[in-house]
Design a protein around this ligand. Structure first.
Ligand SMILES: Nc1ncnc2c1ncn2[C@@H]1O[C@H](COP(=O)(O)OP(=O)(O)O)[C@@H](O)[C@H]1O
Ligand SMILES: [Mg+2]
Length: 375
């Protein structure tokens, strides 16, 4: 287990990159650091293998203070993968990977044999062994980077935005490959990304970092989707960021609950405790009346209505469904048909369940080795 205890990093010049970070990263799991740019993810990651030393606080690995370990030895005990694969341009793919076992004292032949095995482990054709990095695609280079990080068989793998520079399709493949690999290898992986989609697909636990290097939430992906700890997490998880993969998902199994919406003159029907959905004469959503809301005048008028959030058009994506549920003032999404007429409401917890089931299904297919078409 990797433990952060009250870790703060202030760079010379006064920039507070990480602020009082305490967390436990479990062995054999994938923990993802996610958050917007500049919120201290890389700094936190690099303090684990002492590429950066904390200003205060301690980090332990299996109870041993990393500050007391020789930095070079520590670094060799942890694989490190960066956004640019960081391969040596003038060495072949095989030699790039073999460099690491060589540094650890394995003889040349043994190192090359190991490198060859690793090429297969990361799903690369052994034919590529003799090529130079520039002769590979971006996705292939990243796989070589992962192979190299695995070469010393380190128990810990640190990955800093390893898939950020490749196109989305390749990125999906690499994510699936990493999940497959992890089933076999069960490393302790700390994975940095700024992409909440990637975080929820890859992570067993997700740490959401906020601006100023503060930990905003540390929980399972399910919990973060279902119950964001605060407005920052909700907005980061929510509408504009992430969930791109949901756009491609057929929303099967989504329950649209029938409602009895109401027109202003007879605004009585509750659809959520206290909330009433109001429609116009054609049945199109007009807005909401809040719990215990009283009319401003002698009866409710259009001016009393609280504007609704985005609408969910039936048959559209899960992302749109989640948007509608999260953006609604009533905490319940409104589903309309193609003509814009209210067909029912969506409960956010149920939308998240469908999302989670999709994710679990994806992971199960990855685990069974079935090819996964996504996006
Ligand atoms: N070597 C450095 N010297 C000064 N400031 C730094 C240094 N490295 C990072 N920072 C600052 O610390 C903050 C966190 O950086 P970083 O950990 O790289 O964030 P992230 O990986 O989340 O984008 C940023 O404001 C960044 O500008
Ligand atoms: Mg970074």
């Amino acid at each position: 287990m990797i433990s952060f205890r009250e870790v703060t990093k202030i760079f010379p010049g006064g920039q507070r990159a990480v602020d009082d970070l305490s967390m436990d990263i479990y062995r054999g799991r994938i923990t993802v650091f996610v958050g917007p740019s500049g919120c201290g993810k890389t700094t936190s990651l690099r303090m684990i293998n002492r590429m950066i030393d904390p200003s205060s606080g301690t980090i332990t690995v299996d109870g041993r203070d990393v500050g007391a370990e020789p930095a070079a030895q520590l670094r060799r005990s942890m694989g490190y993968v960066m956004q640019s694969a960081g391969l040596l341009p003038h060495r072949t793919v095989l030699d790039n990977i073999a460099t690491v076992p060589r540094l650890n004292g394995v003889d040349r032949r043994g190192a090359r044999a190991r490198a060859g095995e690793l090429l297969e482990t990361v799903g690369l054709d052994p034919e590529l062994a003799r090529r130079y990095p520039a002769q590979l695609s971006g996705g292939q280079q990243q796989r070589v980077g992962v192979a190299r990080a695995l070469a010393a068989d380190p128990p810990v793998l640190l990955m800093d935005e390893p898939f950020s520079a490749v196109d989305p399709v390749v990125r999906d493949e690499l994510q699936e490959e990493l999940l497959r690999l992890q089933r076999e290898l069960a490393k302790t992986i700390v994975f940095v990304t700024h992409d909440i989609d990637e975080a929820t697909i890859i992570g067993d636990k997700v740490a959401v970092f906020a601006v100023g290097g503060r930990l905003a939430q540390f929980a399972t992906p399910e919990e973060i989707l279902r119950a964001p700890a605060n407005d920052f997490v909700a907005s980061f998880v929510g509408r504009d960021r992430g969930f791109r993969h949901l756009s491609f998902t057929e929303p099967s199994g989504l329950t649209i609950h029938p409602v009895d919406p109401t027109v202003l003159s007879a605004a009585t029907e509750d659809v959520a405790p206290g909330w009433r959905l109001v429609v116009d004469d054609d049945g199109r959503p007009a807005g909401w009346l809040g719990p215990d809301q009283r009319p401003a005048g002698d009866r409710f008028t259009a001016a009393d209505l609280i504007p609704g959030g985005s609408l969910y058009r039936q048959g559209h994506s899960l992302r749109a469904a989640l948007d509608s549920a999260l953006s609604s003032p009533a905490g319940i999404g409104v589903a309309v048909d193609e003509a814009g007429i209210v067909r029912g409401v969506l409960r956010p917890t149920e939308v998240v369940e469908v999302i989670e089931r999709d994710r679990a299904g994806l992971q199960a297919r990855v685990a069974s080795g079935e090819p996964v078409a996504r996006g």
